[in-house]
Design a protein around this ligand. Structure first.
Ligand SMILES: NC(=O)C1=CN([C@@H]2O[C@H](COP(=O)(O)OP(=O)(O)OC[C@H]3O[C@@H](n4cnc5c(N)ncnc54)[C@H](OP(=O)(O)O)[C@@H]3O)[C@@H](O)[C@H]2O)C=CC1
Ligand SMILES: O=C1O[C@H](COP(=O)(O)O)[C@@H](O)[C@H](O)[C@H]1O
Length: 486
């Protein structure tokens, strides 16, 4: 790969995530030899101004991670270039093509998705969509199945599917990949990974941040389209998919598509029972008073900033196993986790005295704030009690737990893995067109089921775990969300 072009190279995503990721890859000697990195946006800046801006952002992040080295930065700076372009105009992109030269080019569209169709059309006319070139698209592509198809048709006119890399940055997170290792690199879990042993699955993505200045985008999308359509359904797929025959992109993605196709549609009649919408009002988060969503936006809105859903997967493995998902802004904690709740023992021999003496096993795959995989198992409480007493203990299955002397590897930005894979042409951790279509189809059904006043979002105070209805979603089935205390 000769060049990586960052359209929107001066924007928030590029400055906070992409360029620091490229620096870390450079620091670890992982960038391809000779790769040029070209920022491209409309702002009229010189190369020197752009490089200085990038340095500021990268240095702060690298120093915080104790990975700053001027030698690494000098190598990275030598690759950097900038060109002022209007990426929607083929004429404007011609000088960019000259800068890229004849080698293969990967273009990352870190711009508003509303520009994607026009940009890829212009790229094609400017010679930036040749057979060896690739394009990386940020989510959300479209707002529903129809708009996804409109944009993706334009992409498909310029690039063939193997050249298209649709990013879902959750797939670049280390623990998400570790889930694949856990499931398919061990024999002990797979025989239990079905409706005979698993009671239910929970996926929580809790954020303390509010929507703030992002409301022009967010108000049109809401939590359903911003988080559930992509990150959360991807996590669900990785938990629920059948073992692929290998790790080839199509083998993995074929299995994920099968899961998405097996999701039971949410009907208008069922929506009140299996979905909960919420919107934060003023409250307190991490000790600070914060405004409600409507106040941030400046007028009333029916956009949900919280969603909880019960999804059912209609296939042999998962029949009768609900997947509960919830995500929201202004929740009490930044906590992202997958909980696999196993069934209780069929008959307890440990009775009397201890209420709930035998607790069912629980596998918690934590992605944030810490990465960890832990399994709760029952253990004898030490002592000479006449009746044997049990207690749950947490077995950590994470890296480094057995070697306390080893310092853990730096926690990588999810984009490091994904940028590297895109540069190498490996699309295993990227979303294929039919996968995105299936996810939109299910999400469109949910959105359609919400028609009518009954489905306006419930208020929840900022700093709480959403409206009480989200707890009823589980409690009415005799279950409860993981409190995260264990
Ligand atoms: N920020 C984040 O954390 C996340 C962002 N995303 C997605 O990433 C994408 C970018 O988001 P974000 O960085 O926040 O957005 P910003 O608004 O911060 O940046 C957009 C960039 O696009 C450039 N731009 C706009 N129009 C053109 C044009 N016609 N030609 C060339 N460049 C143009 C702007 O620069 P200029 O005005 O100089 O042209 C700017 O650099 C979006 O798709 C977003 O949904 C996804 C997940 C997280
Ligand atoms: O894509 C998005 O993700 C972030 C959450 O990402 P995380 O890696 O910090 O969990 C979310 O805040 C944002 O609204 C959404 O667009």
């Amino acid at each position: 790969m000769a060049a990586l072009v960052l359209f929107g190279g001066g924007g928030d995503l590029a400055m906070r995530m992409l360029l620091p990721s490229l620096y870390f890859l450079e620091h670890d000697g992982l960038l391809p030899d000779g790769l040029k990195v070209i920022g491209a946006a409309r702002s009229d800046e010189t190369r020197e101004e752009y490089v200085a801006k990038v340095r500021q952002s990268v240095e702060a992040k690298a120093k915080a991670d104790e990975a700053w080295s001027t030698a690494s930065w000098d190598r990275m700076a030598a690759r950097l270039d900038y060109l002022a372009v209007d990426a929607t105009s083929a004429e404007s992109l011609k000088p960019l093509k000259d800068k890229v030269g004849d080698g293969a080019c990967t273009s990352f569209l870190a711009v508003s998705p509303s520009l994607y169709a026009r940009i890829v059309t212009a790229m094609r006319a400017a010679g930036l969509a040749e057979a060896d070139d690739r394009v990386v698209l940020e989510k959300p592509v479209g707002r529903d199945l129809e708009t996804f198809r409109e944009i993706d048709d334009a992409v498909a006119d310029a690039f063939s599917e193997p050249q298209v890399f649709r990013i879902d940055h959750y797939l670049g997170k280390e623990t998400v990949q570790n889930l694949i290792a856990l499931r398919f690199g061990n024999t002990i879990f797979e025989p239990l990974w079905n409706n005979l042993s698993i009671d239910h699955v929970q996926i929580t993505v809790g954020e303390t941040v509010g929507v703030g200045d992002r409301w022009p985008y967010y108000d049109e999308y809401g939590a359903l389209r911003d988080m559930l359509q992509n990150h959360m359904l991807q996590l669900l797929c990785l938990v629920a998919m059948e073992p692929p025959s290998d790790l080839d992109p199509d083998s993995v993605r074929n299995e994920k598509v099968k899961v998405l196709r097996s999701l039971r549609p949410v009907t208008h009649e069922e929506a009140g029972r299996v979905t909960v919408r919420g919107q934060y009002v003023a409250g307190t988060v991490e000790g600070k008073s914060v405004a409600g969503y409507d106040e941030e936006r400046g007028e009333d809105s029916d956009t949900e900033t919280f969603i909880a859903v019960r999804a059912d997967i209609d296939n042999w493995r998962w029949a009768g196993v609900p997947f509960f998902m919830r995500t929201g802004k202004r929740l009490p904690e930044k906590r992202t986790e997958i909980v696999i709740q196993f069934k209780p023992v069929p008959h307890s021999i440990f009775h009397g005295g201890d209420p709930g003496a035998v607790q069912a096993n629980r596998l918690v795959i934590a992605l944030q704030p810490e990465e960890d995989i832990s399994l709760s198992v029952m253990n004898k409480r030490p002592g000479l009690d006449q009746r044997m007493r049990l207690q749950p203990i947490q077995m950590s299955l994470s890296w480094g737990q057995n070697d306390k002397s080893a310092s853990p590897p730096r926690r990588r930005i999810a984009y490091e893995r994904l940028l590297l894979d895109a540069l190498h042409g490996d699309s295993t951790l990227f979303v294929r067109r039919d996968e995105a279509e299936q996810a939109w189809k299910w999400v469109d059904e949910v959105s359609e089921a919400w028609r009518g006043a009954a489905f306006k979002p419930h208020d929840y105070a900022a700093g709480t775990w959403g409206p009480p209805e989200a707890d009823y979603l589980l409690s009415r089935t005799g279950r409860a969300w993981n409190s995260g205390d264990a």
